[in-house]
Design a protein around this ligand. Structure first.
Ligand code: BT5
Length: 242
């Protein structure tokens, strides 16, 4: 069986969603594992949204056990693993994490991550990174970019190998030094830290200054009514910074 670092690994030509296919792989081998696919026919995002594909991009899911009390920390850690991976290819100050775990380059979305519960204490961490192409989207939530837009020529296997190394490194640092390590790295690389942002939750909008992270990986906004803790939502830049 193929391996990347200490992870069992399988690559498929095509699947509907790597987040589903990795569960079949996990059922077979019963150990932490990674599954990628060259194409995904029904990739998904949060809240039933779609993740659009183009060939050459990376679609990968990791299945591994997480203590439920730490899930918010792993959500941030996953975004940092993608951030550090992209910094290998791009100038470091261009890449930022957008809460909870999107990665943006020059204000455009290049990567999205979807966590889903698996069997027992396993979770699935599904990561999409635009490498060679920006898919065509009718009404994207944000502007979109890819590594190719910045003149980078690489392939999904090279990016995946670096991603696994970065993830393993950050997980080890987290286990050694705790959440404070993840929190400060995240804040140092946060999109729009100290600026006015809007968090959209279904039909609700909360506006405030992106200030800090709480103990569970939630976002702390400074609003007119004091500090507010966000555990879910989509972050947008305020159009007028008034
Ligand atoms: C996410 O959701 O950003 C999580 C996406 C996770 C995708 C990976 S691919 C491997 C694994 N298998 C899966 O089936 N999923 C995971 P969310 O925050 O809800 O953002 C979704 C929104 O991002 C969409 O509504 C679009 O506006 C936008 N979008 C869709 N495809 C995109 C792309 N390729 N690049 C940038 N933005 C995209």
């Amino acid at each position: 069986m193929e391996k990347i670092e200490n992870w069992f690994y399988e690559d498929l030509e095509q699947t509907s969603s790597t987040n589903d296919a990795v569960l079949d792989f996990l059922a077979k081998i019963k150990a932490p594992c990674i599954l990628s696919a060259r194409t995904q026919t029904n990739g998904r995002g949060r809240l039933g949204r779609k993740w659009e594909g183009a060939s050459g991009n990376l679609y990968v899911s990791f299945a591994y056990p997480i203590d439920i009390s730490k899930i918010g920390h792993y959500v941030l850690l996953s975004g940092l693993a993608v951030l550090e991976t992209l910094k290998v290819f791009l100038s470091k100050n261009l890449v930022q994490v957008k809460w909870p775990n999107d990665v943006f380059v020059e204000g455009k979305k290049i990567s999205g991550i979807l966590f889903e519960k698996g069997p027992q204490d396993y979770w699935v961490m599904g990561i999409g990174i635009n490498i060679s192409k920006v898919p065509t989207l009718l009404n994207p939530m944000y502007q979109i970019t890819s590594l190719a837009d910045f003149g980078v020529t690489t392939d999904r296997t090279k990016v995946l190998k670096i991603l696994v190394k970065q993830f393993d490194f950050l997980k080890t640092q987290y286990e050694k030094y705790g959440y404070s390590y993840i929190k400060s790295l995240w804040l140092d690389n946060a999109y729009n830290r100290g600026k006015k942002v809007t968090i959209k939750q279904h039909d609700r909008k909360i506006e405030g200054v992106l200030f800090d992270l709480d103990a569970n990986g939630g976002l702390i906004l400074k609003t007119h009514d004091g500090e507010k803790h966000m555990i879910a939502g989509d972050l947008f830049i305020r159009e007028k910074n008034d």
